[in-house]
Ligand binder design. Structure first.
Ligand SMILES: [Zn+2]
Ligand SMILES: [Zn+2]
Length: 263
């Protein structure tokens, strides 16, 4: 796990196997907002959590674009995409709406990716950015593991900039499905929502918790073991917990209060 607040936040699992698949929404295209009174440039390469208010509130940014890009054969399950859509729409206020876009992109061509590799990839391939009263967020589904994985720790996803997240889709699909393993769509849905939670400033990424609920041992995560924003359950039981689960964990009351406070 990342020890430096706000740089990258990710799901890490100790001594366990993870699995997943993904599907996705159809493509939705919307007209581009033409509000010229808003700043024309928006920094997409800053600290995780720093755009939380812009994403959650409908006051300044009234329209949200969500771009999914997947490397070949890494398309997430439709159910996971549907569920993250419900999640986003349950907590985000955008009076002009929320639109989703998905497209296939080339392989990054590596056996594993460092976070810098992922950042560089995004610079080359991401096409939707914030401007006017539109805020854009980005999910990449990668075709190889995180370079930081080792025997004891596997990263499934990571929020690495203020509007940017990666899911290590191959890592997930390699470890899900089949007897005794979690469902791929449930794992995907969980990781998608968890990383998006970091983008929304959870937990304590802007020093603005309504009540104190950060896990002192895992910065940026919730201390409630039942919460979506728990870093992982202790002693590797998270995957066991996901086995047999039909839906992703939810945000607990403390995390929801932090989101409400940003509206
Ligand atoms: Zn995390
Ligand atoms: Zn929580």
């Amino acid at each position: 796990m990342n020890k430096t607040k706000g740089i990258t936040k990710h799901f890490s699992f100790l001594n366990l196997k993870l699995l997943l698949l993904l599907g996705f929404y159809g493509n939705f295209f919307a007209c581009q907002p033409d509000d010229s009174n808003e700043p024309s440039t928006y920094s997409h390469e800053v600290r995780v959590g720093s755009s939380a208010n812009h994403i959650i509130s409908g006051e300044t940014y009234k329209f949200l674009q969500v771009q999914f890009q997947y490397m070949p054969d890494q398309k997430p399950t439709q159910r996971a995409l549907d569920e993250v859509k419900v999640f986003i729409e349950s907590i985000i206020e955008k009076p002009k709406g929320i639109e989703y876009f998905i497209d296939e992109v080339p392989s990054g061509g590596k056996e594993s990716y460092t976070t810098d590799d992922i950042r560089e990839y995004e610079r080359k391939h991401r096409t939707m950015f914030s401007s006017g009263d539109t805020l854009a967020v980005y999910f990449l589904f990668a075709d190889a593991d995180d370079a930081g994985n080792d025997q004891n720790s596997v990263t499934l996803g990571k929020a690495y900039w203020n509007t940017s997240m990666v899911l290590y889709e191959k890592t997930i699909s390699d470890r899900t499905g089949g007897i005794g393993k979690p469902r791929q769509d449930v794992m995907e849905s969980t990781v998608l929502q968890h990383e998006f939670g970091h983008i929304l400033g959870l937990v304590n990424l802007n020093d603005d918790m309504v009540s104190y609920h950060e896990d002192n041992n895992h910065e940026g995560h919730c201390k409630n073991t039942e919460c979506l924003m728990y870093w992982t359950t202790g002693n590797g039981s998270f995957v066991q917990d996901l086995v047999g689960r039909q839906v992703a964990p939810s945000l607990d009351e403390a995390c929801l209060m932090d989101i409400e406070a940003r509206k």
